[in-house]
Design a protein around this ligand. Sequence first.
Ligand code: PLP
Length: 381
Amino acid sequence: MKKYIYFDYAATTPVDERVIRSMTPFLNEKFGNPSSMHFFGSDAKKALEKSRVIIAKSINANPDEIIFTSSATESNNMALKGIAFNKRKGHILVSSIEHDCVLNAAKWLSKNGFEVDFLPVDKNGIVSPKEVEKRIKKNTILVSVMHVNNEIGTIQPIEAIGKICKKNNIYFHSDAAQSFGKIPIDISNVDLLTISSQKIYGPKGAAALFIKNGVKIEPLLHGGGQEKGLRSSTENVPAIVGFAKAAEIAISTMEKEKERLTKLRDKIIETLTKEIPNCYLNGHPVKRIYNNVNVRFSFVEGEAILFMLNSYGIAVSTASACSSPKLEPSHVLSAMGLKQEEAHGSIRISLGRWTKESEVNYLLKVLPEVVKKLREISPYK
Ligand SMILES: Cc1ncc(COP(=O)(O)O)c(C=O)c1O
């Protein structure tokens, strides 16, 4: 029987069975609307508030600083547009390697009366706090730099950037969709933080925005006034309960997972870069999340590797924006200074809770053969 192996945990994760069990009662017998006054409603409300306490605790926040949303995309849009609409004008700084939902929200704001600048990154994909300081203007209202990059896994110096923002009285937002539940997050200098369920073995349809007490934002959704009036709409209780359960499991197993996956990640990086000629690591060698490998191979296309691995039952992703019909190279790899052909020859291998050493070994057997075969027919070599 053909094996199917998943190496795309950075895209999304399967839902943990324990999470599914925690959610099930809220899909049927405890189906109530948390805003309803009767006992069906109060059961749902209790579960919602318990989940808020768990999520808040997982980042050392207060429960009233957690606003539940439907996705990291929504949380990020809420942070950028919410602050911008509240301030009405001003300058916003975002890193050039943000997820599209931050970049496109910032670009939209720039077309609607706000000044927006994009922070450069170094060759390893790291934003320098000094660059942030240099680019801050008198009218800067918000800086947004992600905690861990989704393509190359680099960990950004958000504590240092947050300190600079605090010193200059500027709000600091960080998208922690890729780091939450994997590495500790220090929110002492962060005003707004995006976290998500679907990256930590929770269901899709749940995420949150931490908004530090005192930070004022305008809501994007107007309606019944749920979530302190900041995010109207009936809360997705089953998904939020699952999100909280997933966070509890992720936080309590974080250290062990880090140890186990670091070894597997390093084995992949060492083997590929040693055994395959002209294979290089993208992103920082040390300051990177332990489940991310992003490598490039000269003379081959990442998409070709992806499709051939797929035929062997191995799922990886390309770093280039293959979702774009224009097949433009990844904005992250381009920002790091990679040439178009280098960016196009890159793939992302991301590991997770059910990655086994035997699967890594299979990948390490198949991938060199795939690259060799593709190079034999490559017009670029
Ligand atoms: C860093 C980061 N931010 C935001 C998102 C968007 O998440 P979603 O599609 O769940 O809204 C992702 C998803 O890959 C991500 O990795």
